[in-house]
Design a protein around this ligand. Structure first.
Ligand SMILES: Cc1cc2nc3c(=O)[nH]c(=O)nc-3n(C[C@H](O)[C@H](O)[C@H](O)COP(=O)(O)OP(=O)(O)OC[C@H]3O[C@@H](n4cnc5c(N)ncnc54)[C@H](O)[C@@H]3O)c2cc1C
Ligand code: FES
Ligand code: FES
Length: 1333
């Protein structure tokens, strides 16, 4: 069949079905093809740049040479459709479905509670599915490797790992007693009673994995691969053509005629450049069928590998090779394999090619420094010049992304030499996250010794990440060569290296001092490793020094302990049981529908936003003419088009929907382009020309705002006691401060909306990913100048919200509605990840200052706090965030004289908004840092200072709210007991005495979190329940499902109250036409308020059915429901829960802003590499007082997810702004949220038993937010470890460690001798690359 196929026919398979395409736009990626063309929306769009894994699919190909089928995972967002000729693609829809049979991978992630919002779930499923296709019994390491590139913002990964662990051979071992002490070996297991403890899931129920059930590789593709004659494939698109030559000659000819055309294999560099930087390529050459690029051949001196090989294949081939060779020959090969295993994620490595990597010439490449240090060679070829060999060295890389290759030349292959006896090669990297992250600094180092001696014959040291190209430290090597390998030589080398690897203080990328310090640390590490090798070989007999081990990484079994339901509770009653998220299976099969999964309708348009490129300026011109000329562009929406109100008013301040005259930040929306497709709208937006006139003195930092008194009013103060005079009576006074960076919500589903004009009387359906539908409804109505009754806002589920979808969707939906109204067509707006990060703001960066007075025994007598948050350019909810901070400034401490002042700084940055915890996570860190400082001043253990100051018994807060501190103490005591605090504290001290370069730290942190909105009107819950004639029940309520399991809990409530099985109850969506005037689903209060409303509605209905139950005592639920119809009993009821009437009088500084408190305590232990600042959380034990849990699996999921988000906030996630106010960090490549590699190795969660809460439904407690703050236990454990490192340098007492405690801050704070060698640039003497906002 294929022999006659013309050269512009693309043939491949998707989920077993053949696809033939004749007209393919080379810019179409598989992801948009799946989602938009085939309506296979299970594969998700999370970032578009290979950084999140939401779009993971399996690619299978047949290899005629080996007659084998090869499967690998890949990111569909970077896979050009044109590349897929002959491939079989499997998506999440192709492996299982709730309609037929779910796949064991889908079942296990769902039933192990590994799917919350579910947006990441299909990607997770496909990563593991692919792994199992290649290795049906993987190791735990295989699982974590396969998931390293799949981000999840909800779960904290533990349940995902637990679910997938069941596929591992080793999961049959309990490992509770450590690796070697499995209960299966007969060693007594310390937790024998576990058998009777309730479990979150039962793995015995899982379907077995049966590889024979999988889709077979299409025989037609095998035939095609075997028989298809070599022919050129070519496709022509709107702006780009694609040619896939069939021979080397043809390739060279093409390259000679089109020297600027890129060769695309993995598309992991070319693709993101086209998408994010707007780079255009009229022609793309795809050399995937040029066999010479994929060859592997061994010579006596080394091995030649084809430049087209993927990084994964290369690693596997090299691994096979080095296992057969004598060890001394394998130094370069081994180190290269190590590095090949760490580049990006598995999805990236599976497609990225060696040649593409080298030619991308990234300055911080993981491979190029090793290739250079290892004396590797390239074989390059061109039509006119023929073949030549060139070394990879400093002369090869000539600039950022540039090499010495001539434009018409291509890399054919790479030669990797075998090492010699006495030669050692090592590579080092330090990255913002341990895995799936481009490194900050890399190094490749090689040394060759004269035989049997420590005399250096040859040495080579390369660094990546200290300039536009990799750098050879030639002068440093000059100091080392012909000298003895010892400390004296190395000490001389450091001084030269410091001069040689210099970086100006304003160098791009920032972190200059750290990067310089790392250059020394890496050399020192190399020194230690080589010394160790020389000793091992008996070349030297020097005193052994500390051997540098990598940080621990093996995930241990964890505990999730929760209360069993009371004895005698009906089996049918689901309340209190670990019920799976009600949509988990739909999410795992890709059937769950999110806003952008809604089918496209006739005439639908797409909207792309145009935002300001200036921070503070007058708009002097807006020219849309060029945009309007572009294909597909239909209209440009400006402020003038808004028929109704042009501003949103919040806290008395107006915020323009679209800027008209003036812009207040980079990223402010100015206009929007609507076009017939996403790409046309994007191109149109790029063509809009805006001219500006800068206004003077923009304000970016909190310090600048303080200096200029630039605040949003009101500012808030609470004071109890007499703070000023109390300072006179204390033993000691200490003043300190700490700052926290902001945090991006990074919900996996970006802001999404679809506005559909219904056709008559100005009526619109607004599908919107919003946490507050009524607010969005009101905003759209006001903007269009029509009443709210014409707007129906609908949401089925959100792919995560975390507070970022409370206010922001209202503005975006309003603009989209204007476009829909003006064009009278449906308009869809799905923000690109970068635009979402730029436009919508996040958690407020915070500056906390304190003056604390205390006694020598640790009692704190007086504290004066000042809180500043960077609100950005509009008020949004900033004042309320400040209020919550001031209300939580006591955390759990009874401080008799306490004053806190809070101010929201008005700056020219994008406006920040609510974020899970709403100011408490920032406040808690400031308070606990103050406690840590007090302990450090006194030289007391921090936990003792905490204990001495805690509230005890019946207590009163600083705003005069009474509460009992009993459960707080129970949490604290139980946490100390469970984590064996005292014993482990001593073990940490012992470890620190034995290790100079690695340190451990441990910290235990408590939290008290006020529940409910302080604004009483927000605490309402509403529901509408219908019972149909067949007995099925439809529940609608005001809360939105965003992964937190609200619908699951509501279903449990209805099931209990109506006494029917959960299967009878359905929750379709949340909509303003079912339930009106809703409150935001936020403040951890959604399930509680709406659960009560549903309970009330169900009670009404249950009562209404009472006469029928009496009349037909032998009847069934269905028969009563049916009878009700004929007896004219209405089985529809509204439930209204008024909620607590919370209030706060800011004048009197007192009130009852909360209904009750949720308490918790958490202990974390970390291990640090002081030389690089890398850290690993080795164990976390968290005790949470969550009352009587309505659903332990959902609640434990919330606790773990919140903890991990907090850990991200305090230790990992860093927003960076340029000096002109531009957000640099606009995607997962630059902004790192926690990944699988960040999960505490042991992560134990314990529910506090026997805790009742009379204030909430079924005695439960709100818990979505409180435990986020406990991520700070990792921060304080790091601080504890840093203190141990500092003491080695004679530094004791309090010190500043700002949040997030990223490796650079940790490393510099450790103040090791090498770090101390690096001079600090004088602040003010240079313009830093990034602002300290
Ligand atoms: C999410 C993500 C994470 C990453 N993480 C890391 C990381 O941690 N560490 C790291 O070092 N790198 C990382 N990378 C970079 C990645 O390794 C490179 O993008 C990749 O290796 C490039 O290979 P490719 O085949 O995709 O190149 P393509 O994008 O296909 O091509 C890149 C360039 O190479 C040229 N080219 C390709 N082959 C040849 C040839 N044979 N001869 C001449 N020119 C050729 C092309 O013309 C083009 O200009 C990451 C990339 C992404 C997207
Ligand atoms: S959408 Fe493809 S990796 Fe994020
Ligand atoms: S469940 Fe993973 S992102 Fe929501």
């Amino acid at each position: 069949m294929s022999a006659g196929m013309p050269g512009n026919t693309l043939c491949f398979f998707i989920n077993g079905k053949k696809v033939t395409e004749h007209h393919v736009d080379p810019e179409t990626m598989l992801l948009s093809y799946l989602r938009e063309r085939l309506a296979l929306t299970g594969t998700k769009y999370g970032c578009g740049g290979g950084g999140c894994g939401a779009c993971t699919v399996m690619v299978s190909r047949y290899r005629p040479e080996t007659k084998s089928i090869f499967h690998h995972s890949a990111n569909a967002c970077l896979l050009p459709l044109c590349q897929l000729h002959g491939a079989a693609i499997t998506t999440v829809e192709g492996i299982g479905s709730t309609k037929t049979r779910i796949h064991p991978v889908q079942e296990r992630i769902a039933k192990a509670h590994g799917s919350q919002c579910g947006f990441c779930t299909p990607g997770m499923v496909m990563s593991i599915y692919t792994l199992l296709r290649n290795k049906p019994q993987p190791s735990m390491d295989d699982i974590t490797q396969a998931l390293a590139g799949n981000l999840c913002r909800c779960t904290g990964y533990r349940p995902i790992l637990d679910g997938f662990k069941t596929f591992c051979e080793e999961s049959r071992c309990c490992q509770t007693n450590g690796d070697a002490n499995c209960c299966l070996n007969g060693v007594k297991n310390g937790t024998e009673t576990d058998a009777v403890k309730p479990q979150l899931f039962n793995k015995d129920e899982f379907l077995p994995l049966d590889p024979t059930q999988e889709l077979i590789f299409p025989p037609e593709l095998i035939l095609m691969a075997e028989s298809e004659p070599a022919r050129t494939l070519s496709f022509v698109g709107e702006g780009t053509s694609w040619v896939c030559p069939s021979s080397l000659e043809e390739l060279l000819g093409l390259k000679a005629r089109n020297p600027d055309a890129p060769l695309v294999i993995g598309n992991t560099n070319v693709g993101p450049n086209m998408k994010f930087k707007g780079v255009r390529h009229p022609l793309i050459i795809s050399p995937t069928r040029v066999t010479e690029l994929f060859q592997f051949s061994q010579t006596p001196n080394g091995v030649w590998v084809g430049a087209g090989c993927s990084l994964s294949e290369l690693r596997s081939d090299l691994e096979k090779l080095y296992l057969q060779l004598p060890e001394e020959k394998t130094e370069v090969l081994r180190v290269l394999c190590q590095q090949l295993g760490i580049v990006g994620s598995q999805q990236i490595r599976n497609v990225a090619s060696l040649g593409g990597h080298i030619m991308s010439a990234f300055p911080n490449s993981d491979l190029n420094t090793v290739l250079a240090a290892g004396n590797c060679l390239l074989s390059v070829v061109s039509e006119a010049g023929g073949r030549r060999e060139i070394p990879i060295n400093q002369d090869f890389f000539v600039g950022l992304g540039k090499t010495a290759l001539k434009p018409e030349e291509i890399i054919l292959s790479l030669f990797i030499p075998f090492s010699r006896k006495g030669e050692f090669v090592r590579a080092f990297r330090q990255a913002p996250r341990k895995e799936s992250a481009f490194p900050t600094l890399t190094a490749g180092m090689r040394v060759f010794f004269c035989e049997g001696s420590r005399l250096v014959q040859d040495v080579s040291v390369y660094y990546g990440g200290i300039g536009p190209t990799i750098v050879s430290a030639g002068r440093t090597c000059g100091v080392i060569v012909n000298r003895r390998w010892d400390e004296e030589t190395l000490n001389r080398a450091y001084d030269v290296l410091l001069e040689e690897a210099d970086l100006p203080p304003s160098a791009p990328g920032g972190k200059v001092e750290f990067r310089r310090s790392l250059t020394l640390s890496f050399l020192f590490k190399f020194h230690l490793e080589v010394m160790h090798k020389l000793r091992e070989m008996n070349v030297i007999q020097d005193e052994p020094q500390e051997e540098l081990q990598p940080l621990p990484k093996n995930i241990q079994p964890s505990l999730q302990e929760f209360e069993a339901v009371p004895k005698g509770q009906s089996q049918q009653d689901p309340v209190g049981r670990p019920i799976m998220h009600r949509s988990a299976l739909s999410q795992a099969t890709g059937e769950a529908v999110y806003c952008d999964d809604l089918p496209h309708t006739q005439g639908e348009l797409f909207m792309s936003l145009v935002t300001s490129s200036r921070a503070y300026a007058k708009i002097t011109g807006l020219d849309v003419s060029a945009a309007m000329q572009l294909p597909g562009v239909v209209d440009v929406i400006t402020a003038k088009d808004i028929p109704g109100k042009k501003v949103r008013t919040l806290m008395g301040y107006d915020e323009e929907l679209l800027a008209e005259d003036k812009v207040l930040c980079i990223g402010q929306m100015i206009c929007a382009v609507v076009a017939d497709s996403r790409s046309h709208a994007k191109r149109g937006a790029a063509a809009v020309k805006i001219s500006y006139e800068d206004l003077p003195d923009p304000i970016f930092t909190m310090e600048e705002a303080i200096e200029k008194s630039s605040y949003f009013e009101p500012r808030r103060v609470i004071e109890q006691g007499d703070v000023s005079s109390a300072f006179a009576s204390v033993d000691r006074v200490y003043e300190g401060e700490i700052r926290l960076g902001g945090q991006e919500h990074f919900y996996m589903e970006t802001q999404s909306m679809l506005v559909v004009p219904v056709g008559e009387e100005k009526e619109f359906n607004v599908y919107v990913s919003s946490q507050w539908l009524s607010y969005t409804q009101a905003a759209v109505a006001e903007t269009l100048g029509i009443p709210s009754n014409r707007i129906n806002c609908i949401v089925k589920r959100l792919g995560g919200g975390f507070g970022g979808k409370v206010t922001k969707p209202a503005i975006l939906a309003s603009i989209t509605a204007v476009a829909a109204w003006k064009t009278n067509r449906p308009v869809r707006c799905i923000l690109e990840r970068g635009d979402d990060m730029l436009i919508t703001g996040g958690r407020h960066p915070t500056l906390g200052k304190y003056k604390v007075g205390f006694m020598n025994d640790g009692r704190i007598v007086a504290v004066d706090f000042q809180f500043f948050i960077n609100a950005g350019c509009t008020v949004d909810e900033s004042v309320v965030v400040i209020e919550k901070m001031v209300l939580h400034m006591d955390n759990i401490y009874n401080i008799p004289n306490l004053r806190g002042r809070g101010s929201a700084c008005k700056t020219n940055l994008p406006s920040n908004t609510s974020f899970r915890g709403f100011g408490v996570p920032q406040c808690l860190l400031i308070v606990e840092n103050m406690l840590t400082d007090v302990a450090a001043v006194l030289g007391h253990p921090a936990h003792q200072v905490r204990e001495i100051n805690m509230y005890k018994g019946p207590s009163v807060t600083h705003y005069k709210l009474t509460f009992s501190a009993e459960n707080l103490h129970r949490c604290w005591d139980e946490c100390k007991l469970r984590c064996e605090y005292e014993t482990r504290r001593r073990a940490v001290e012992e470890f620190n005495q034995q290790h100079r370069w690695r340190k451990r730290g441990i910290a235990i942190i408590p939290v008290k979190y006020g529940m409910a909105f302080a604004e009483g009107f927000c605490n309402e819950g509403k529901a509408l329940v219908h019972i149909y004639k067949d007995g099925s029940v439809l529940v609608s309520h005001a809360g939105t499902e965003m992964g937190q399991g609200i619908h699951t809990k509501i279903q449990q409530v209805a099931s209990r109250e109506l006494q029917v099985p959960s299967s009878k109850i359905y929750i379709s969506e949340t909509s303003t036409s079912s339930v009106a005037n809703t409150c935001p689903t936020a403040a951890s209060f959604g399930s509680e308020a709406n659960g009560m409303a549903v309970k009330i509605a169900c009670e009404i209905l249950y009562k209404k059915m009472e006469p029928l139950r009496k009349k037909y005592p032998k009847g069934s639920w269905e028969s009563w429901a049916n009878a009700a119809f004929y007896e004219k009993i209405s089985l529809s009821a509204m439930g209204h829960y008024r909620g607590p009437d919370t209030h706060m009088d800011w004048e009197k500084m007192e009130g009852m802003p909360y209904s009750y408190f949720t308490f918790g305590a958490c202990c974390s232990e970390v291990e640090l590499d002081c030389l690089t600042g890398d850290s690993r959380t080795v164990r976390t034990d968290l005790v949470g007082d969550i009352g009587r849990s309505m659903n332990p699996s959902v609640d434990i999921g919330q606790i773990e997810g919140a903890f991990m988000q907090g850990m991200g906030l305090y230790t990992l996630e860093e927003l960076k702004f340029s000096p002109s106010g531009l957000l640099y960090t606009r995607g997962p490549s630059q902004y790192k949220i926690p990944a699988v590699c960040d999960v505490p190795l042991q992560f134990n969660i314990y529910q506090l038993q026997d805790s009742d809460n009379p204030h909430a439904i079924y005695s439960s407690k709100g818990l979505g937010e409180p435990f986020l703050s406990l991520g700070s236990s990792v921060f304080f454990a790091i601080k504890d470890a840093v203190a141990a490192a500092r003491s080695e340098s004679g530094l004791v007492g309090p010190f500043v460690l700002n949040s997030p405690a990223t490796p650079d801050k940790i490393c510099l704070a450790c103040s090791c001798p090498l770090t101390q060698k690096v001079p600090t640039a004088q602040p003010g003497s240079f313009k830093p690359w990034a602002l300290n906002i």
